[in-house]
Design a protein. Structure first.
Length: 165
């Protein structure tokens, strides 16, 4: 029992012993028979600090970049996008419906719902990609323009981004 109590102290001593280095004084002969040279190196110059990026500026640049990507995206461009790219562009959906092989991401855009149908990618089945985009009215059975619904979603996202910060 006494030996177990001494074990942490022994391990600590062994660990610290590995940190100790020995250096021969300059001008003497080392154990390998070579002369130890005089220290001629200068201390390293302090590293120059990179220009500081203000977090506010970085956040503003990211927000503006996301707004530009949102405004430039079409529903046709969504087809083929994988989940991470869709989430980076539109944010995560309000609702995800899991089906046998599909995932349906649902985004609310005013009076309509934008449904993105994602299936396993052919090249990498572990990754899901958008294969179809559909729009529907939230409350009634009525035709909804896919472009108008997506435009409403983009406008909602842009407005939300503009009010941040």
């Amino acid at each position: 029992m006494i030996r177990l109590r001494a074990l942490p102290a022994l391990l600590t001593a062994l660990f610290l012993a590995g940190c100790v280095t020995t250096q021969q004084p300059a001008g003497q002969i080392s154990a390998s028979g070579h002369a130890v040279p005089e220290a001629t190196s200068k201390p390293a110059a302090p590293l120059e600090a990179a220009p500081a990026v203000k977090p506010k500026d970085a956040e503003l640049a990211e927000r503006n970049s996301r707004i530009a990507r949102l405004k430039a995206t079409t529903t046709e461009a969504l087809v083929g996008m994988q989940e991470p790219a869709v989430a980076a562009l539109l944010g995560y959906p309000r609702f995800v419906r899991e089906e046998a092989l599909a995932r349906v991401w649902q985004y609310n855009a005013g009076e309509c719902v934008l449904d993105l149908f994602l299936y396993p990618a052919i090249t990498t089945p572990a990754d899901y990609e958008v294969v179809h985009v559909e729009a529907r009215h939230r409350k009634i059975i009525a035709p909804v323009s896919l472009q108008d619904c997506f435009g409403g979603l983009v406008q909602t996202q842009v407005s939300a981004l503009m009010t941040q910060g």
